[in-house]
Design a protein around this ligand. Structure first.
Ligand code: FAD
Length: 101
């Protein structure tokens, strides 16, 4: 959705920045929760380096750090909400409906 909004130029650059921060924050936090549960399901094997779950756990953990930590994404989103209101939460639709995309 955000990539499409960038392409269409429907939303100003700062709001798009905050929308991208929402996408990055949501995806990296969700994937962290999912892989944590996966590791728990696998028990000790999930923590064992010879199983791929351990590698995925380690690799997904960095997504909350690099390309902007989760705290910095939250600061970007909060700043946008304070300065320009809740427009960042709205999702413009394509003219003619979603099927025209
Ligand atoms: C494997 C790996 C590869 C990387 N590759 C690259 C790369 O190719 N190019 C590149 O440019 N960088 C790269 N980085 C750096 C990465 O972008 C930084 O680690 C990231 O921006 C966080 O900065 P920092 O590590 O200095 O943490 P810090 O800025 O020291 O932050 C430490 C902690 O404090 C929190 N914090 C900081 N400021 C605030 C604040 N104002 N309010 C609330 N909390 C705050 C952070 O969220 C974090 O939890 C890489 C990092 C890793 C781990």
């Amino acid at each position: 959705q955000v990539a499409w909004e960038v392409d269409e130029g429907l939303v100003d650059r700062k709001t798009l920045h905050a929308k991208a921060a929402i996408a990055k924050l949501a995806a990296s936090e969700a994937s962290g929760r999912v892989i944590d549960r996966c590791l728990q399901i696998f028990g000790g094997r999930g923590y064992d380096r010879s199983y791929p779950v351990e590698r995925l756990y380690r690799e997904l953990r960095v997504d909350r750090i690099w390309e902007g930590t989760s705290e910095i994404q939250r600061l970007i989103i909060a700043g946008e909400l304070v300065k320009r209101g809740t427009g960042v939460l709205q999702m413009p639709a394509a003219v003619g409906g979603a099927e025209s995309r």
